[in-house]
Design a protein around this ligand. Structure first.
Ligand SMILES: NC(=O)c1ccc[n+]([C@@H]2O[C@H](COP(=O)([O-])OP(=O)(O)OC[C@H]3O[C@@H](n4cnc5c(N)ncnc54)[C@H](O)[C@@H]3O)[C@@H](O)[C@H]2O)c1
Length: 258
């Protein structure tokens, strides 16, 4: 019997990515573009210029790109952004729920405002973006949703009370949507990165004790980089992952393996 080799590419597909500023969102946008996708790079309205930069970098790779304002906490903003992407490209094949906030505080100091913001962006935002895009995917009978969770959605860590709860919520939301939407041809998976060096957390890398602790805690022996996440996301979006759904792929250098 001839072996059929499924593609590991996403040629001609359309990917919408939330929180597409200079961090992980940008790397995932460029990674998906490099693998053949056209990109809708979205950001909060006040930070749209950052998505414009990402879109320009995507075009330099030879793919089409649209920068679109999308605040994941605002249902009307989600509706308008999804409609704009649908109008520009005619469909959305891949949704990457990447927008997130992380307020690091001892549990005794977390305020209701900290808790609500963290959950509104990370968990509620992931759900309602998935719902809005999932409806379009279901109508076409095809879709790939990839949530950016965290290793702290799988294990606990001090100072991450609100964050880890929201990421743990994303982990089980991923499984639940995967089960519910499988018959529509939609797969729903998540990646769980370890500490990944980006602009927003550069201040942590200036603390030798932090870097030393993390590097010793990660069996691979180094901090993560945004580009470490590209392979996992492209794979989960590609035809090669057609039977993979409801899974959490830790890209954590082994943090959660012990
Ligand atoms: N960097 C890490 O160490 C790390 C580790 C594990 C998981 N993550 C996750 O990866 C994702 C990206 O993080 P990052 O490290 O690139 O940080 P980042 O702060 O650079 O990126 C997050 C982006 O989300 C956007 N955002 C915030 N609120 C939003 C809203 N209401 N609507 C739309 N966008 C909004 C921000 O503008 C920002 O560009 C997050 O979900 C984060 O929790 C990061």
């Amino acid at each position: 019997m001839a072996v059929v080799f499924p593609s590991m590419r996403v040629d001609g597909q359309v990917a919408l990515i939330t929180g597409c500023g200079p961090g992980i969102g940008r790397a995932l946008a460029l990674g998906l573009a490099h693998a053949g996708a056209d990109i809708a790079a979205s950001e909060m309205p006040s930070r749209l210029a950052l998505a414009e930069e990402t879109a320009a970098d995507v075009r330099a790779l030879g793919r089409q790109a649209l920068a679109v304002a999308l605040d994941v906490t605002d249902l009307e903003s989600i509706r308008q952004a999804v409609a704009a992407v649908q109008e520009r490209f005619g469909r959305i094949d891949i949704l990457v729920n990447n927008a997130g906030v992380n307020i690091v505080k001892p549990a005794f100091d977390i305020t209701p405002e900290d808790w609500d913001l963290t959950h509104n962006v990370n968990l509620r935002g992931t759900f309602f973006c998935s719902q809005a895009v999932g409806r379009l995917m279901a109508a076409r009978g095809h879709g790939r949703i990839i949530n950016v969770a965290s290793q702290f959605g799988l294990v606990g860590f001090e100072g991450r009370g609100a964050y880890a709860a929201s990421k743990g919520g994303i982990v089980n939301l991923t499984r639940t949507l995967a089960v519910e939407w499988a018959t529509y041809g939609i797969t729903v998976n998540a990646i769980a990165p370890t500490y990944t060096a980006t602009v927003h957390n550069a201040h942590l890398r200036e603390q030798p004790a932090f870097v030393d602790y993390y590097v010793r805690r990660i069996p691979r022996g180094r901090l993560g980089l945004p580009e470490d996440l590209i392979g996992a996301v492209v794979y989960l979006a590609s035809p090669s992952a057609a039977m993979v759904t409801g899974q959490i792929l830790a890209v954590d250098g082994g943090w959660t393996a012990w």
